[in-house]
Write a protein that binds this ligand. Structure first.
Ligand SMILES: [Zn+2]
Length: 161
């Protein structure tokens, strides 16, 4: 009988969780590995990169404790491997980390608002500091709200990593 790759990866992570200190486990998002494996598995029939990535994520689930417990270089290797897996899911299959758009749009909103504030200051309608403050705050909140709704929509469509 062929074992389910996701079950295998989950059990690898369970084993690893006993060897990794809780702080590292959380900091390095080790708990994301089964979720990444699951999403990669879903697409691996039709996507050759996901099909390759199934090997990568399986290997990662086996090596994670060694990588995190040995050297800085190995921690970086782990980090890069996980990032590659996540960015493929994001770029090719539109899975985004939780709150991804809230943060992104909040940032864009703040920058956009600050630019509007500066422009209005430039045509001398308002005081520099007040303009910058008010408009970047408006932009920030607009961005945060827009991002929040986009995150919610993604969550509803099960597109959260
Ligand atoms: Zn893929």
């Amino acid at each position: 009988m062929e074992t389910n790759p996701i079950t295998e990866i989950e059990s690898n992570i369970n084993v690893a969780s006993e060897k990794i200190i809780a702080k590292d486990f959380k900091f390095y998002h080790v708990q994301l590995i089964p979720r990444i494996a699951n999403l990669t598995h879903i697409h691996s029939d039709k996507c050759s990169i996901c099909s390759e990535n199934m090997k990568v994520v399986t290997e990662l689930s086996l090596n994670v404790a060694n990588l995190l417990n040995s050297s800085i270089q190995n921690r970086n290797t782990y980090d890069n491997t996980l990032s590659n897996l996540k960015s493929h899911l994001k770029n090719a299959h539109q899975y985004y980390p939780k709150s991804y758009f809230s943060s992104l749009y909040t940032f864009y909103g703040m920058i956009g608002g600050a630019i509007v504030g500066l422009l209005i200051f430039a045509i001398q309608l308002i005081d520099f500091k007040i303009g910058l403050l008010i408009f970047s705050a408006i932009g920030l909140f607009t961005g945060k709200i827009a991002g929040y709704y986009k995150d919610k929509r993604n969550e509803k469509n099960k597109l959260i990593l």
